[in-house]
Design a protein around this ligand. Structure first.
Ligand code: APR
Length: 309
């Protein structure tokens, strides 16, 4: 169990993340930080009052200050605005860049040894903002997107095949946007290549639904974006770190030549343990997958150049 995890942003993703962290007892303390007066305090208290009923000893508090978050082992950044129908993740760019910049400066001062997991969108660009503003090494700044995108992909495959989600192995790489790259060549059902079980037209439809999985939820909710699956995904990453599990999960990492890409955050297979990003696995890709990953990297670089830090 870790000592302290801070979740910045006590909105839908942040509060659900805090709940899941506590229910799994990943840390002795979970601190919710938000700029709105009363909201983190109220949600923190409500979550703490659930502890005797749920039976967890994680102490939850909410605050508008960074003092109580000092010395956190992990800081999850969910602060920012969420999408409304018709908006792309890139539409959030400048507002969220300003917010993540400010949050990262606080994190650098209050939790200099923390591992930072970024959730705010556009994810890959915000991860870069967080890394630049904290000055933390790439091992301690990760973006949560691939676990979520892969979760969506696996859920659609399980549904189409009418099999357990547990038996679907898959990886979605690339940026967290329309250019994400579901790796068909590494998608299997208990080791059976998925191409033996579903025809190409069905697979294409699932891949396309995965790419617009976030937009599908936004369209239903109308006033915000997804949070149950995003919080589950970020908590899986926290769990891998807290218990030094050495899980291999698709995460946004700062690339330094891997997959022929540099100077960009992109979803790649990462080994996560107590040190954070412990290794990036470079797997062989088909020509089409490699080209799709390069296109995805360019789609992340473009908004990066519009951000002034
Ligand atoms: N510091 C702390 N919290 C902040 C700050 C800040 N500087 N600025 C905004 N917030 C808080 C808001 O007050 C709000 O409570 O961030 C919270 C965001 O919550 P929601 O609006 O409910 O958004 P949510 O659905 O949680 O999404 C948050 O995650 O998935 C991404 O695209 C999504 O960028 C969005 C982020």
């Amino acid at each position: 169990m870790l000592n302290k995890i801070t979740v910045v942003g006590a909105g839908n993703v942040g509060a659900t993340t805090a709940q899941r962290l506590a229910e799994k007892e990943l840390a002795r303390q979970v601190v919710l930080v938000d700029v709105i007066e009363g909201v983190p305090q109220g949600k923190g208290l409500d979550l703490w009052e659930s502890a005797p009923i749920e039976g967890y000893d994680t102490r939850l508090i909410g605050t508008n200050e960074y003092g109580p978050s000092e010395g956190s082992d992990i800081v999850v950044i969910t602060a920012g605005i969420a999408r409304k129908p018709g908006m792309s993740r890139d539409d959030l760019l400048n507002t969220n860049a300003g917010i993540v910049k400010q949050v990262a400066e606080h994190v650098k001062n209050s939790s200099p040894n923390a591992i930072v997991i970024v959730v705010s969108n556009p994810l890959d660009v915000m991860s870069w903002v967080a890394m630049k503003m904290t000055g933390f090494p790439r091992e301690r700044v990760l973006g949560m997107a691939g676990v979520l995108d892969t979760g969506r992909y696996r859920s659609f495959l399980a549904e189409a095949l009418d099999v357990s989600v547990r038996d679907i192995q898959a990886m979605v790489l690339g940026g967290h946007g329309d250019t994400m790259v579901p790796l068909l060549s590494y998608t299997s059902v208990s080791g059976i290549p998925v191409t033996q079980l579903l025809d190409q037209a069905k697979l294409d439809a699932i891949i396309s639904r995965t790419r617009s999985g976030g937009a599908e939820i936004v369209k239903y909710l109308k006033t915000g974006s997804a949070y149950y699956a995003p919080s589950a995904a970020v908590v899986q990453m926290c769990e891998a770190i807290a218990f030094d599990q050495k899980r291999v999960l698709p995460c946004a990492a700062w690339l330094q030549g891997e997959y022929g890409q540099s100077g960009v955050f992109l979803g790649v297979p990462c080994k996560l343990g107590r040190a954070g990003l412990e290794k990036i696995f470079e797997v062989s890709l088909t020509d089409d997958e490699r080209a799709a990953l390069a296109k995805s990297a360019d789609a992340v670089r473009e908004p990066m150049s519009a951000v002034q830090l």
